[in-house]
Design a protein around this ligand. Structure first.
Ligand SMILES: [Zn+2]
Length: 275
C-alpha cells in the first residue's frame, strides 16, 4: 500500500501528523457548547460570543440563550423530532460516562443508554438517529483514552487526574507531596476516614510485590472496627525509610484532623518492621 505514496505526499502526511501532535488533543471543555431550544439545535458562534447559530449550516438563524430570543431569520427546515433530541442527549451521557468512569466498559455505557431509548421508541425510529456501535466505537475510545493518564517514565511524570483522584464522585486522593525524589501518595475515601475515626487499633500492612512502577511499596492502613478489620487508607511510597513512614503517618493524622475527625487510635500494629 505504502509504495503508492510518493515522497511528496508522504512529506505532507508527516507534516500533518506533526501539526496534530503540536496542537495536542482538543480540550473537551473548550468545544462549542450545544443548545437546544424549541426543538432546534444551536452551537456556539465563535465570532459573536453571545449568539449561537443553528447547526444546520445553510440556515442563518441565531439564538441567544441569555434572552432566549432568535434573530430575524426563520429556520427554513423542520425542527428536530423528540426522538432525535433524545438520541443526542443520551449519546452525550454515553460520552460523559466514558470520560468520567473508567470502570464502565465503552460497550456497556453505549448499551445502557440505548436500553433507555428503546423503552420509548421503536427500533425503526431509533435507527435514524442513534448510530450503530461500530460507527461510534473509535470516537468513544478516543474520548476514553484522552482522559487516561500517560504511562509515566519518571516519578515527575505521575499526574493523578480528576478521574483517578475520585471514587464514586468523592475525593480519594488525599495527599500528594509532589516530591520527585520521595513521592508519597495517600488514597483514602470518606468511608475510609470513618473507619479510622472509629477504630482504636490500626493495622499497617506493607505490600511490596504488587506495587506499581516507580514505587517501592503500598502501605495500607486497616481499622479494627466492630470486631472486623477494614482497609481504610492506601499509601504509595518509594522507600522504606523511617522518615518516610513518619511523613506519611503524620499526613494521615493531618488529613483526619482537617476533616474534623478526632483520632481515637491507641494501638498501631504492623506485620513488618517499621525501620
Ligand atoms: Zn435552522
Amino acid at each position: 500500500m505504502y509504495s503508492f505514496i510518493d515522497n511528496n505526499s508522504l512529506y505532507t502526511y508527516l507534516k500533518l501528523i506533526q501539526i496534530k501532535i503540536k496542537n495536542g488533543p482538543r480540550n473537551y471543555s473548550n468545544r462549542p457548547r450545544i443548545q437546544i431550544n424549541q426543538q432546534y439545535r444551536y452551537q456556539k458562534n465563535e465570532k459573536k460570543s453571545n449568539w449561537y447559530r443553528c447547526t444546520n449550516r445553510l440556515c442563518g438563524t441565531l439564538f441567544d440563550p441569555n434572552t432566549l430570543k432568535i434573530n430575524k431569520i426563520q429556520h427554513y427546515h423542520p425542527p428536530m423530532t423528540q426522538c432525535e433530541i433524545d438520541c443526542l442527549l443520551h449519546f452525550k451521557t454515553v460520552v460523559q460516562v466514558i470520560i468520567s468512569d473508567h470502570d464502565v466498559s465503552i460497550a456497556d455505557a453505549y448499551n445502557n443508554e440505548y436500553q433507555k431509548l428503546i423503552t420509548k421508541y421503536s427500533c425503526e425510529e431509533l435507527a435514524e438517529f442513534w448510530k450503530p456501535f461500530s460507527s461510534v466505537n473509535s470516537n468513544l475510545r478516543y474520548h476514553r483514552n484522552k482522559t487516561k493518564p500517560i504511562n509515566a517514565k519518571e516519578t515527575k511524570d505521575i499526574v493523578i487526574n480528576d478521574v483517578y483522584s475520585k471514587i464514586n464522585n468523592e475525593q480519594f486522593l488525599q495527599f500528594d507531596n509532589n516530591n520527585h525524589s520521595n513521592r508519597i501518595l495517600i488514597f483514602m475515601s470518606p468511608i475510609g476516614m470513618k473507619i479510622l475515626a472509629n477504630s482504636t487499633r490500626w493495622h499497617l500492612d506493607g505490600t511490596f510485590k504488587t506495587c506499581p512502577t516507580h514505587f517501592h511499596q503500598i502501605l495500607s492502613i486497616h481499622g479494627y472496627y466492630q470486631n472486623q478489620m477494614f482497609p481504610a487508607a492506601y499509601i504509595l511510597l518509594q522507600n522504606k525509610e523511617r522518615e518516610t513512614y513518619i511523613e506519611a503517618l503524620t499526613e494521615i493524622k493531618l488529613i483526619l484532623t482537617s476533616n474534623n475527625i478526632q483520632i481515637k487510635v491507641q494501638e498501631l500494629l504492623s506485620d513488618f518492621e517499621l525501620a
